[in-house]
Ligand binder design. Structure first.
Ligand code: GAP
Length: 546
């Protein structure tokens, strides 16, 4: 069953803004593409989610320890991990279809080859034919959904031909065409590294570049670019694109200071940054996001067993806080989907309104990272097990580079999942028995930003004073509560339904007579009368049971 309304984006984005979960970053300046701010409720929800992860991964396990590493690490880390090379794509845009693709992976028709543009249907072919005519002043022939008339003349030129062998018009040929449509009408290549780069130290890079360009005016632009790139790289640092690498480079420090025995894990949660080409679906894919990752170091050969163990643990954890566990599934990666460091991987997926898509990856990362860091740093990143026999020599004691299982989850993506999971539109009866609709965020009480709202029925007759005392007691017991006296009691209940507050405590005339209050359950809307002195105990019990 899916609880997601069709126009979920508008509804959830609007609720997030209305209730203070998520705002567009720098909104008063028109916003920044794909950057978001977590508002008063969003920050609580995010922290609760991440704290629950930390609790289950670190505090409730003897075999996992935590770290909190720098966001900016030594640039060699990214060289060793493959991010500097692998995260750098030469990207090109098709000027007609707007398809963006990697130049190094594109098809390369040769001199003399025809360059047909293969559209998906006749309508698209007519549209592209018109765009090409308007922009390049040539009219390609249309044969159903294929546009013809273009041919490669030499390695730098293609032309438009009608009947004769002499081209009517020529254009610059890049040596390749767009992979989907075969279009040779392309933008210039742009080197695109998904890592955000900055400079460290008091280096005047612009000054250095200016000097370099002045001294090398006769260089071709390609060579000039290489020279500038080298200059910039000398003082370049990068914002981490994943939290994982710190756990590899701090493997020895963590293992030795805490006397950890394999198998054991190192966990970290925090910000990661990727200059994503496509940012999409609200906070699903953004440039700045938070991750919750754990590297679990295991004996070589045992990785398959541990991969399955962590896959099951992790999917069960996501389901635990969900109203619709059937919306989670896992999917094994095909061989050609695997990252360069992995020998197997599962994606834990959620059924988003656009279909099943990734929420967390659980990868078997082999010994790739530890070996690479050992090789490039000169530090031995291995483990010695006295109890084991070395399989190669048959002698007692085995020194090996551990294999790694990595459950890598998106915290901000997880938050989106739980917002969607919680969103519910219901028809309910109001105080007069009339049908009305309500939006309620059925967030798991452990994740809910506010656990209890305390509402004096009226703003007089001593009720606010009693309410404030209750809030104080809740605060003192570590329960995030909120005093709320604005608007009618009905409106306040609706407001807290949308905020996902699981319990509303109302102080009314009877409270003064018999020291009782009502406690309303967000989901069932049922109200119980309870004794003032039992409030903390009851809320604590409800929160611990949920
Ligand atoms: N250390 C491995 C790693 O980083 P990943 O699949 O690239 O693997 C792990 O990232 C998780 O981080 C993803 O499953 C996703 O939940 C989250 N994530 C990755 N890129 C993201 C982005 N641009 N915006 C939001 N979340 C992202």
């Amino acid at each position: 069953m899916s609880n997601i309304p069709e126009n979920f984006k508008e509804k959830i984005i609007s609720l997030c803004k209305r209730r203070g979960f998520i705002f567009q970053s720098s909104e008063i300046y028109g916003g920044l593409k794909s950057a978001y701010d977590y508002g008063p409720l969003g920050v609580e929800l995010k922290r609760n989610l991440m704290n629950e992860w930390w609790k289950s991964m670190v505090h409730e396990r003897e075999d996992v320890i935590g770290i909190d590493a720098s966001i900016i690490m030594h640039p060699k880390v990214w060289e060793s991990s493959g991010h500097l090379a692998g995260f750098s794509d030469p990207l090109v845009d098709c000027l007609i279809s707007k398809e963006r693709f990697r130049a190094d992976k594109a098809p390369r028709p040769r001199i003399g080859d025809d360059l047909p543009i293969n559209c998906t249907d006749k309508g698209q072919a007519k549209n592209y034919q018109k765009q090409i005519e308007d922009r390049f002043e040539i009219q390609l022939k249309r044969n159903g959904k294929i546009l013809t008339g273009l041919k490669v003349i030499d390695e730098n030129t293609f032309g438009f031909f009608e009947e004769k062998e002499i081209p009517i018009k020529t254009f610059e040929y890049k040596g390749y065409v767009g992979p989907t449509f075969g279009s040779p009408f392309l933008s210039d290549e742009r080197q695109f590294n998904l890592m955000f780069r900055s400079q460290i130290g008091p280096v005047d890079v612009l000054g250095q570049i200016t000097n370099y360009v002045e001294k090398n005016r006769d260089l071709k632009s390609e060579e000039l670019r290489k020279g500038i790139d080298k200059l910039v790289k000398e003082s370049a640092v990068y914002l981490r694109p994943e939290t994982a690498q710190a756990m590899f480079v701090q493997f020895l420090n963590c293992q030795q200071t805490m006397s950890m025995k394999i198998p054991f894990g190192i966990a970290q949660m925090g910000k990661s940054f990727r200059n994503e080409i496509t940012t999409e679906h609200f906070i699903f894919r953004s440039c700045e996001f938070e991750q919750m990752e754990m590297e679990f170091f295991v004996e070589p050969g045992s990785q398959k067993k541990w991969l399955e163990y962590w896959r099951n643990k992790r999917i069960d954890w996501w389901k635990k806080f969900s109203n619709h566990p059937e919306n989670f599934r896992y999917r094994a990666h095909d061989k050609d989907e695997l990252a360069h460091y992995a020998d197997a991987c599962y994606d834990i997926e959620y059924k988003y309104p656009w279909g099943f898509d990734e929420l967390e990856g659980v990868a078997s990362r082999t010994d790739y990272d530890l070996k690479k860091h050992a090789e490039n740093s000169g530090t031995k990143l291995s483990y010695f097990d006295q109890q084991k026999t070395d399989p190669d020599t048959g002698k007692n004691g085995w020194r090996y580079t551990p294999y790694v299982i990595e459950p890598a989850a998106g915290a901000t993506r997880g938050l989106l999942v739980y917002l969607m999971d919680a969103y519910c539109e219901e028809t309910v009866k109001d105080a007069n028995g009339k049908e009305t609709s309500r939006v309620v965020m059925k967030l798991h009480p452990k994740l809910a930003p506010i656990k209890a709202a305390v509402l004096p029925l009226v703003k007089k007759e001593g009720l606010p004073e009693i309410a404030r005392k209750i809030v104080e007691e809740l605060f003192n017991s570590g329960i995030n509560a909120r005093y709320d006296e604005q608007h009618s009691i009905g409106k306040r209940y609706r407001r807290h339904d949308e905020a996902g507050t699981p319990y509303c405590i109302t102080i009314d005339g009877q409270t003064k007579e018999d020291n009782t209050v009502t406690i309303r359950d967000r989901d069932s809307m049922k109200q119980e009368r309870i004794d003032l002195k039992d409030i903390i105990k009851i809320i604590q019990k409800k929160l611990s049971l949920s």
